[in-house]
Write a new protein. Structure first.
Ligand SMILES: [Zn+2]
Length: 114
């Protein structure tokens, strides 16, 4: 199960950060998940909730933001959102495009209880 190992790695990264910076209780972990990252937000949340039980992060929740897939045309430099896996430029119809966002996942921020 893909999401379980990702949840595990988020958990370990955040726990390490918490110790390193001596943070108090973390309320939210802000995550940016790309539309094409292949990560299912629901199962990631489910996995994380299972892992955090009886740990220092038991009160921590994921705040997930889905990032749309965006590309740039190498021919006319047009920036656009890729819908329905249509990997060509809507302006000049070139297939030479570069994906700029939406392929991966990152931890954007940690929200600490004040
Ligand atoms: Zn173009």
């Amino acid at each position: 199960m893909h999401e379980l190992s990702i949840a595990q790695s988020i958990f370990e990264t955040v726990l390490l950060e918490k110790k390193k910076k001596n943070l108090s209780d973390i309320q939210f972990i802000g995550l940016k998940i790309g539309a094409m990252s292949g990560i299912l937000a629901d199962s990631l949340e489910f996995s994380f909730d299972a892992i955090k039980i009886d740990t220092e992060l038991s009160e921590t929740a994921l705040a997930i933001e889905l990032i749309p897939l965006k590309g740039r045309c190498k021919v006319c430099q047009h920036n656009f959102q890729v819908d329905d896996y249509a990997f060509f430029c809507p302006q000049c119809e070139s297939g030479q495009i570069e994906i700029e966002q939406g392929m991966d996942m990152e931890i954007a921020y940690l929200e600490v209880e004040s």
